[in-house]
Design a protein around this ligand. Structure first.
Ligand code: SF4
Ligand code: SF4
Length: 477
């Protein structure tokens, strides 16, 4: 392992690393716009300037390989002046848009301007005018005035998503990022990653456009449940201290945006566009009212009725949800496993508009916890004959209710509005992922945790505690 020295500090580097990789891996701050650990080296922003001891010129850290005993400085007068000049050049035509820019608060250009420049613009000419709201795709708007031509977005589509859907046209100050003329960027299932990659506010999500300042939001660590990859994500929602009282209170319990949380074991730094759209998915109309044969009842009454049905059933069968967490499966097995013949079902199959499996992340199984269910229970399809069942406990979505045996009673545990909720013997509303802690096991066996960001309503049960209540012996028994 080569030992190098950055500002006099000894750093053990990997043999094939560059100076910037060794610095970042060892927590040494270094400025960069165009460099990204998962993309090829472009070396065009020049802001990762360093000076090798003994040399009288400035070089860049992103394409300098480490070598034994290499000594570099990030803070010589020459480097500081060079970095300041780079910042002056990058801000020469950059609009002073921070007040209305969605990137404000997360913008490297803002941060580096204050860290390495701080001086007013040196421009004496009017700033260059370029397209402000260029429709890059159905999901993304491009502000060419803010673009610093780092080429991260272009390299992403060539090297990671492989759609090759973006490029840079023209030369010099007429250069602009543009999509391929066949509009293939619209069909890139990973296109929204360029929004995160863009170090400035040039690439803007249409779904997050002017929706909230980022400092009003907080992230909650979660797992995308929309396929068996189980990408680690952050669900961004309003901070309690910035709760809105005058506007629609729904804003206080909405997922305003979803971003990847880097997880080398699962998704690296990326997610697909389906994961970005978790907000509308979780905000589908909820079922929050317990029912007996379609008649509203108190939650406790519905649970007690379901408990009695379970107690008196001769051949109860449970069809378990592959959206249930590992903790909920544990609870079911402990409380009701001996009482039911249990199978797991597939809650969601791929819809025509959803992406097919590929080599990057997306899986064809559109459910988060099939692996955990499969390790404990047999699949329902092809295994279970329901004919002899006199009671069905159906948990989650995706069951074809025309297959309920004649005369059998049905207990349904669900979170969303469906016509069947009012047709079964007992309907018990249950919480969703954003309202509880839990873990999913992805298709490769990696277990990931999710946290709650909102509180469930009192009329809704957590499945984990519900299973215990359904197995309880009545107090006066
Ligand atoms: S749009 Fe953003 S990511 Fe793409 S080249 Fe411009 S600054 Fe870089
Ligand atoms: S690849 Fe699968 S788990 Fe990852 S964000 Fe997309 S749908 Fe969600």
């Amino acid at each position: 392992m080569p030992e190098i020295f950055i500002d006099g500090r000894s750093v053990q580097a990997e043999p094939n690393q560059t100076v910037i990789e060794a610095a970042v891996a060892n927590g040494i701050e270094m400025a960069y716009f165009c460099w990204h650990p998962k993309l090829s080296i472009a070396g065009n922003c020049r802001v990762c300037a360093i000076q090798v001891e003994g040399r009288s010129w400035v070089e860049i850290a992103c394409n300098m390989p480490v070598s034994e005993g290499l000594r570099v400085q990030t803070d010589t007068d020459l480097v500081k002046q060079y970095r300041k000049s780079v910042m002056q050049l990058l801000t020469l035509n950059h609009p002073v848009d921070c007040g209305i820019c969605d990137k404000a608060g997360e913008c490297k250009l803002q941060d580096y301007h204050y860290a390495y420049n701080g001086a007013p613009s040196i421009s004496v000419d009017p700033k260059l005018r370029l397209t402000k709201f260029y429709p890059l795709s159905e999901r993304i708007v491009l502000d060419n005035e803010r673009c610093i031509l780092c080429s991260r977005c272009v390299r992403f589509t060539h090297e990671i998503s492989k759609s090759k859907a973006l490029g840079i046209k023209q030369r010099g100050d007429a250069s602009v990022v543009r999509p391929a003329e066949d509009r293939s960027f619209d069909n890139d299932p990973y296109s929204d990653n360029v929004i995160d990659l863009c170090p400035v506010g040039a690439l803007l999500s249409r779904s997050f456009f002017y929706k909230s300042r980022v400092w009003y939001l907080q992230p909650t660590k979660s797992v995308c449940p929309r396929c068996a990859r189980g990408c680690t994500v952050q669900l961004w929602h309003r901070k309690p201290e910035w709760k809105l009282n005058a506007l629609d209170p729904q804003h206080n319990v909405s997922i305003e945006r979803v971003t990847p949380l880097e997880n080398p074991a699962v998704n690296g730094p990326w997610i697909c566009n389906v994961g970005r759209d978790l907000g509308p998915f979780f905000e589908r109309p909820r079922a929050e009212q317990a029912m007996k044969k379609g008649q509203p009842v108190e939650l406790a009454a519905a649970i007690e009725h379901a408990r009695r049905l379970i107690e008196s059933a001769q051949r109860p069968v449970a069809l378990l949800s592959n959206w249930g967490s590992n903790e909920e499966l544990d609870a079911f097995e402990r409380a009701l496993g001996a009482r039911f013949e249990a199978f797991y079902k597939i809650d969601r199959v791929r819809q025509p508009e959803e992406p097919v499996e590929d080599e990057l992340l997306v899986r064809d199984d559109k459910n988060p916890n099939t692996a955990a269910l499969h390790a404990r229970f047999a699949p329902y399809e092809g295994n279970a004959s329901l004919d002899a069942a006199d009671l069905l406990l159906v948990w989650g979505e995706g069951f074809d209710f025309t297959r309920v045996p004649h005369g059998a009673q049905v207990i349904l545990l669900g979170a969303w509005l469906h016509p069947e909720n009012a047709q079964v013997d007992v309907f018990i509303p249950i919480s969703i992922q954003t309202e509880r802690h839990g873990h999913y096991t992805n298709f490769e066996g990696v277990v990931s945790a999710f946290e709650p960001c909102f509180t469930k309503k009192a009329t809704v049960a957590h499945a984990e505690t519900l299973f215990v209540a359904l197995a309880a012996v009545p107090v006066n028994a």
